[in-house]
Write a protein that binds this ligand. Structure first.
Ligand SMILES: O=P(O)(O)OC[C@H]1O[C@](O)(CO)[C@@H](O)[C@@H]1O
Length: 401
């Protein structure tokens, strides 16, 4: 293990590449903070008939990001002190100077504050992203994707396993917060399949049929991502790759489309109400939940602005006791390896050696961070001149046994 260990913290360190901030003009992170977040505030503002208090707070947040400094949470917020501590170095300074990971996380927390999600009152517990999530779940694309499951009922278990892994992996592309200018539609370049790394053989080696351990799945987005995740989980249980799966979701709304318990409920219901194979899978998932073979967890750490290296002991013990942890999505990847400008060939195994037990990342590339690439692959991607790191056109399966 080289000195890349302990590298994924939010601070700077000797010999470590820089932590990503939003300071750099033209950078992806700056675009998220300067364009996507303001656009999201507008979308949320339009989606709900909020009262003057919420509208004022949303406008103030918009103004603060562009022209002010990071303000603390409101006095009534239950976690105000916690965020004062977590934001000691950033509160009172421009948003663009803070580490990208911290700033994005805090932005979502402030958005919830603005709309009264945690406050006493009529807007308490109203997910500001629910209308977007609902629209996706009832849309034609989900309908078609559910129907396509019928075709998989007739293939071999190994073919089905691989197809379901792909569906779960590329489902990560369908992120409601992901609206890059070079986004959907741009063909993959630099590699034939769009996969920049593919350790799936290692993954199935850890989870052969009949392995019967506990697998943790750290979920990312709901809807078009969570449905294939649940279908993959069903496959793992059905074919004995695991005898128990723990699905970790967010304890509250986060990064627009991140799944929380209410979203799992909606997705399981959507599956269960579908005709054909999807409905059968939905029924099995419900049964597995009832029998405790599919468990839900919503640990507070999943909404904390830190890399996984700082995970608390209870979570570390839980993840360490299973046969594999599967992390879904871009943000989980950033938190796994550290949100830094790593050279693309940095060892994935070294950076994740701290993780308690075998770990797999299934992620489409939607931010600057990437490690563990073969030098030839990296060179080809760089030569393509495309925004391959951030446009969601490429994906990876990386596993550290
Ligand atoms: O849903 P995912 O795959 O975690 O992607 C979230 C990604 O989207 C962004 O928030 C940008 O919109 C990235 O910063 C983040 O890593």
């Amino acid at each position: 293990m080289g000195d890349t260990r302990a590298a994924s913290g939010t601070g700077q360190g000797p010999g470590l590449p820089p932590v990503i901030t939003c300071r750099e003009p033209g950078s992806f992170a700056r675009g998220v903070m300067a364009e996507r977040h303001p656009a999201l505030i507008e979308q949320v503002r339009e989606a709900f008939p909020y009262g003057p208090q919420q509208l004022r707070a949303l406008d103030a947040l918009l103004h603060e990001i562009a022209h002010g400094v990071v303000e603390p949470l409101g006095h009534g917020s239950p976690d105000r002190d916690l965020w004062l501590e977590w934001g000691r170095e950033h509160i009172g300074r421009p948003w663009f100077d803070a580490p990208f990971l911290w700033a994005e996380s805090y932005f979502y927390r402030r958005l919830l504050d603005a709309v009264g999600y945690f406050g006493e009152g009529p807007w308490q517990g109203i997910d500001p992203f629910a209308p977007f999530k609902r629209a996706e779940l009832s849309g034609d694309t989900v309908e078609e994707e559910l129907r396509a499951l019928d075709d998989l009922a007739v293939v071999t278990a190994a073919e089905r396993a691989s197809a379901l892994l792909d569906a779960s992996l590329w489902g990560n592309r369908a992120d409601l917060g992901f609206r890059g200018p070079a986004g959907a539609g741009e063909p993959a370049s630099g590699t034939a399949s769009g996969l920049v790394a593919d350790d799936r053989a290692v993954l199935w080696g850890i989870l052969p049929p009949g392995a019967r351990g506990t697998v943790a799945v750290i979920a990312d987005n709901t809807g078009r991502e969570l449905i294939p995740d649940l279908v993959l989980v069903d496959h793992l249980l059905l074919h004995g790759h695991a005898d128990r799966v723990v699905l970790h979701v967010k304890p509250g709304p986060y990064f627009v489309s991140d799944a929380m318990t209410a979203d799992v409920v909606d997705c399981v219901r959507r599956l269960g109400q579908a005709p054909g194979e999807a409905g059968v899978i939905g029924g099995r998932i419900r049964e597995a939940m009832g029998a405790g073979r599919l468990d839900l967890r919503a640990h507070a750490f999943f909404c904390a602005p830190f890399p996984y290296e700082r995970m608390p002991d209870d979570l570390r013990a839980e993840l360490g006791s299973g046969s594999l942890t599967i992390l879904k999505g871009d943000l989980n990847y950033r938190r796994l390896v550290g949100d830094r400008l790593w050279p693309g060939t940095t060892s994935f195994a070294d950076l994740t050696a701290y993780f308690p037990g075998p770990v797999a990342a299934l992620r489409t590339l939607k931010s600057d961070v990437v490690v563990g690439l073969d030098p030839g692959v990296l060179e080809g991607l760089e030569r393509s001149g495309r925004a391959w790191r951030t446009s969601g056109t490429h994906a990876l399966v990386q596993v550290r046994p």
